[in-house]
Design a protein around this ligand. Structure first.
Ligand code: ADP
Ligand code: MG
Length: 326
């Protein structure tokens, strides 16, 4: 075990190991696919780097979309994050790649990562494999961003155990909140059992469409329910964000003047400074009257199986979550 690991004796008599990693480590997670995890990981990492912050982006998904997003062909890579997770002798610094951003390194992934669960399954302290590796490079980077796979797997558990922060991207559409309750409960348990440094998760609304009533309603209800746990910055659905991966670069360099680039820069600023930039370019929270007066809304909702409200009510309240964690 590395020098920086500690054993904390807890009130219940169990021992919880943790690694005293100073680097801010942000897991981007949601077991749902296609909600904007990779887009957020790639562009948030690039936005931090453009502020001259030393950033490591870890691709922790066998689909390797973050790796592809920086123009690398996963199948041709010599070493990936898989090697560091399966061989303690291979440090992360041996697998990182440079990117177009001077301050941003990428720990890439490829399909081999899909077998890592089996290889780690029998290991002692298998939840801490990534933490141990991050402890060894603590000091090389100020922020680490982890792009998680769409599952609550052992890999995702490793990411959450190693992290100080969690961002849950939530697609602002009808089934946005499905699965959120389970995810929040899992995170609360991880904090209790494995990682007391983990902050309360924050939610990022993605694929927001200002002109869609339902999207605005979900945004308003998320804010009512989760308050300051929802970032002020939201990410709109835009063509440039969808195009950038095929160019092999973040939207911040592919289309620096685009709305998507501005929104991810605003998110980076909100995380670093604790508030969104003054000219709040992305928050288009509609007034409540405007929403309730809109007849189209009733129709939109009655065409679906459950109302947005029903789904939201099913999710644990912010209070419930923080109670579960203390
Ligand atoms: N705000 C957005 N506007 C338009 N397209 C987006 C946006 N965010 C993500 N996409 C696209 O949607 C797809 C899924 O997003 P992705 O970030 O890969 O989700 P995940 O990693 O959660 O599976 C990708 O093709 C991506 O380019
Ligand atoms: Mg992804």
């Amino acid at each position: 075990m590395s020098e920086s690991s500690r054993t904390a004796k807890r009130a219940d008599g169990l021992s919880a190991h943790f690694y005293d990693i100073k680097m801010k480590t942000i897991a981007i997670t949601n077991q749902k696919g296609g909600c904007g995890k990779t887009t957020t990981a790639v562009n948030l990492a690039a936005a931090f780097a453009q502020k001259n912050v030393r950033v490591l982006l870890i691709d922790l998904d066998a689909q390797a979309h973050s790796t592809l997003g920086f123009g690398y062909d996963p199948e041709t890579l010599d070493k990936t994050i898989y090697d560091t997770l399966t061989n303690a002798q291979i440090p992360i610094s041996n697998v990182v790649l440079s990117t177009g951003e001077r301050w941003l390194n990428l720990a890439p992934s490829n399909i081999l990562l899909s077998g890592v669960e089996y290889e780690l399954a029998t290991l002692h302290e298998r939840e801490y494999v990534l933490s141990r590796q991050l402890a060894n490079i603590d000091g090389n980077y100020e922020i680490c961003v982890i792009d998680c796979s769409p599952s609550l797997s052992l890999l995702t558990l490793n990411a959450l155990v190693a992290s100080t922060d969690v961002i849950i991207p939530i697609q602002a559409h009808y089934y946005a909140l499905e699965g959120l309750k389970q995810l929040l409960k899992t995170i609360a348990i991880i904090r209790e059992r494995f990682n007391q440094r983990l902050e309360t998760p924050c939610m990022l609304l993605t694929f927001v469409e200002s002109r869609t009533t339902l999207s605005r309603q979900i945004q308003r209800q998320m804010r009512e329910l989760f308050g300051s746990l929802v970032f002020d910055t939201v990410i709109h659905r835009t063509v440039r964000l969808a195009e950038a991966p095929s160019a092999g670069e973040p939207v911040l360099t592919y289309a620096p003047q685009s709305k998507g680039a501005a929104e991810y820069k605003a998110l980076a600023e909100e995380i670093i400074n604790g508030r969104a930039p003054a000219e709040d370019i992305s928050n288009d929270n509609a007034p409540a009257e405007e929403i309730s007066n809109n007849d189209a809304l009733a129709e939109e909702i009655s065409n679906n199986d459950a109302s947005a409200e029903e789904i939201i009510n099913d999710v644990a309240s912010a209070e419930e979550i923080s109670n579960a964690k203390t």
